[in-house]
Design a protein around this ligand. Structure first.
Ligand SMILES: C[S@@+](CC[C@H](N)C(=O)[O-])C[C@H]1O[C@@H](n2cnc3c(N)ncnc32)[C@H](O)[C@@H]1O
Length: 243
């Protein structure tokens, strides 16, 4: 069981302003799912809509985005009315059986309390042959986050407590009835030139460490940034299953 102490309602605006889609996560979901124009796609925990809006604009498929936070759904709806954004949570999907071609989530599974219920629900709403994807961080990724783990090392143990292990997720997917369970890592290198996202705590892990640890990491970032951009690498693991 995982319990998040992040209130996404209070950070929805910062999230919308600061968090962008990870290009290689999007490409990875797109290429493995082979989504087509008439496919139905559901993003669980869509937040402010970064990924599902990209599906809509790139493929033009039929899109749904679900999130339990009214603040996040409000921000998502402000961005487009071409996606069916609605309130809801992973464990009880309010959709018909065999409805979607693809169900996916990005950066959400550590917030979900009951993984088995979610995976069962995702499988129920998927058509036979439909694809299920969970984008998350492995233990290795959490330990090597750059710049997050480097500047805010206190985030590592805190994050390891709330993120489920990949082997555990694969086992639960199997129990929920998924087949062809595979994983694929993606990464994206960039140069950090603006620390606003860190300053605004757009990364939920920064809400879970002490004020002193946060301030000390931020001060160091400001200092290093005055000498030039900070190298960053964003990594994710895409965990796939098929109904
Ligand atoms: C880190 S954000 C990711 C948002 C979006 N997927 C993205 O990558 O931009 C995590 C999201 O998970 C949502 N969330 C939390 N608990 C959830 C649950 N039980 N079911 C579905 N979504 C949940 C939060 O409201 C938040 O919008």
């Amino acid at each position: 069981m995982n319990h998040s102490t992040i209130d996404y309602n209070t950070i929805a605006l910062e999230y919308a302003q600061n968090r962008r889609l990870h290009p290689n996560v999007f490409k990875g979901i797109l290429s493995t799912s082979r989504v087509k124009t008439d496919d139905r796609v559901l993003e669980v925990g869509c937040g402010t809509g970064n990924y599902i809006l990209a599906f809509k604009s790139t493929v033009g498929c039929l899109c749904w985005g679900l999130d339990p936070s009214t603040g996040m759904v409000f921000e998502a709806k402000r961005r487009s009315n071409n996606v069916n954004f609605q309130l809801g949570n992973a464990e009880t999907l309010q959709f018909k059986d065999n409805y979607f071609d693809i169900v996916y989530s990005v950066d959400v599974i550590h917030h979900v309390n009951n993984h088995f219920n979610y995976f069962q629900e995702a499988r129920r709403v998927l058509k036979t042959g439909g694809k299920f994807c969970t984008v998350t961080d492995s233990e290795w990724i959490i330990r090597h986050r750059q710049p997050l783990a480097a500047y805010f090392p206190e985030t590592v143990e805190t994050e390891l407590k709330r993120y489920p292990r990949i082997a555990q997720l694969k086992e639960i997917m199997k129990q929920a009835g998924f087949s062809k369970i595979t994983e694929k890592a993606v990464e994206f290198h960039y140069k950090l030139e603006d620390i606003r996202a860190y300053q605004d705590k757009a990364f939920s892990a920064l809400h879970l460490i002490s004020i002193e640890a946060f301030q000390s990491g931020l001060d160091q970032m400001k200092k290093d940034l005055s000498n030039g951009p900070i190298p960053g690498v964003s990594r994710y693991l895409l965990l796939w299953g098929t109904k």
